[in-house]
Design a protein around this ligand. Structure first.
Ligand SMILES: Cc1cc2nc3c(=O)[nH]c(=O)nc-3n(C[C@H](O)[C@H](O)[C@H](O)COP(=O)(O)OP(=O)(O)OC[C@H]3O[C@@H](n4cnc5c(N)ncnc54)[C@H](O)[C@@H]3O)c2cc1C
Length: 394
């Protein structure tokens, strides 16, 4: 355990209390570090919108094999992580080992899915090709036109809102101090990060600072140009439908598809919530729910599972994925001593929550990151952030 140079401050100040900042704070506090989180609304952020798929296998993309290693390592930690978090917080997380079925509706979609299956096999992953009839036997609500699919029993789900609430409570119980305000600027003393200043002027001193402000991580004043993270927002619109009780017959696992080139997924929760997502839009920090977004999601989901039109539409929301140039997270020290990053998790932030907490706690106590996290140092990007910051609207 490090000892604080700041008598009245903390050992670690985490800027941003989304799931990534909270898991970092929880794990740091468990290691004996005096930890504080600054966020006007801790437990909010993108997790309020996210579907919560833990989809290391079905989210595999060409060129992302290194990220696959990190995703799989985090997925493997999930059952124990969820159990520990539930015990520490006394709250349920909605972790559900239900598996996923990825299906195709026409011959182009099927060719794409076959290709994904081959990539999964080459990467040593478990997935099984099913005919359309076999898919419908597993999920009878699927459209008769389903042409085939991939059964992936290892891709599970969690409820991100419950995850965030459990992390918040676990942090409070572990002694994390919350400052419910927006950080206006990073404080730098000499050649190192020394804390932060809240809007309103309150100064928070800390030996180490973790910047975990999601899609806003690249906008914090006071961060030297060479340490600014190259993170941008990628908007996602999501719908929530409600399956009336009894819930069981609708869908038993996550169902996802490429419908004529666009991705759609349906994530059924045990409480009857059915999450339909998600768009992927490069529109800056805009979180407007649009008629076009809702229309496309409903159109594609209806083609996949025609019965959804009977269900009440209970919520429409848009959120921002914090996204780096290679879609992978930025974990660890920056060019400014004392300043770490935990951001850029893009579409896998929920999946990567357990390993992010472990990696950051190890780094904050002076250790080395575990093997699968080593490639994700912020230093892999050569100081690009000046232009990133200038491009952004105020
Ligand atoms: C539509 C959608 C669907 C998704 N689906 C999935 C999924 O199925 N599976 C999956 O693994 N991931 C999914 N994700 C991704 C996941 O939700 C994110 O990667 C993750 O939630 C990012 O968490 P974060 O804590 O890094 O950032 P955020 O959630 O953005 O949190 C950042 C926090 O920082 C705070 N903050 C910002 N600026 C300041 C400041 N100046 N001072 C103080 N606090 C500040 C904010 O208030 C916020 O609470 C999805 C995301 C979206 C949008």
């Amino acid at each position: 355990m490090r000892s604080s140079r700041n008598g009245n401050g903390s050992d670690v100040l985490v800027i941003g209390g989304g799931i990534i900042g909270l898991v970092t704070a929880w794990r740091a506090a468990q290691r004996g570090l005096r930890t504080a989180v600054a966020d006007p609304e801790p437990g909010g952020g993108a997790a309020r919108v996210a579907a919560g798929m833990l989809a290391a296998v079905t989210e595999l993309h060409y060129g992302e094999q290194l990220l696959l290693g990190l995703n799989l390592a985090s997925a493997a930690r999930y059952p124990a992580f969820a159990a520990e978090l539930e015990a520490a917080s006394g709250l349920e997380t909605g972790f559900r080992a239900c598996g996923t079925l990825a299906v195709a509706l026409d011959s182009d979609d099927r060719a794409h899915l076959r290709d994904l299956h081959a990539l999964q096999r080459r990467s040593g992953l478990e997935s099984e090709w099913l005919t359309g009839r076999e898919c419908r036997r597993l999920e009878p609500m699927l459209a008769p036109g389903v042409r085939g699919g991939l059964r992936v029993d290892g891709d599970h789900q969690i409820d991100p809102r419950r995850l965030a609430a459990a992390l918040l409570t676990a942090c409070e119980r572990a002694g994390v101090v919350f400052h419910r305000g927006r950080v206006e600027r990073l404080s730098v003393a000499g050649d190192r990060a020394a804390g932060a200043v809240l809007a309103g002027g309150t100064e928070l001193a800390a030996d180490q600072v973790v910047l975990a402000a999601g899609s806003l991580s690249g906008r914090l004043a006071g961060v030297p140009d060479e340490a600014v993270p190259p993170v941008r927002p990628v908007k996602g619109q999501v719908l929530r439908l409600t399956v009336p009780a009894p819930y069981a017959p609708f869908l038993s696992r996550t169902v996802r598809a490429l419908v004529r080139g666009s991705h759609v997924y349906l994530v059924p929760r045990e409480n009857g919530e059915l999450v339909v997502g998600a768009t992927s839009e490069e529109t800056g920090w805009d979180t407007t729910v649009t008629a076009g977004g809702v229309y496309e999601l409903l159109r594609d989901a209806h083609e996949l599972v025609p019965g959804i039109t009977e269900l009440p539409l209970t919520e429409t929301l848009a959120g921002l994925r914090p996204t780096s140039p290679d879609n992978a997270p930025l974990l660890g020290p920056t060019a400014l001593p004392g300043l770490h990053l935990a951001t850029g998790h893009h579409r896998n932030g929920v999946l990567l929550t357990p390993i992010t907490g472990d990696v950051m706690a190890e780094l904050l106590t002076g250790g080395e990151p575990p093997e699968p996290a080593r490639p994700f140092t912020p230093r892999r990007f050569p100081s690009p952030a000046v232009s990133v910051r200038q491009e952004q609207p105020a």
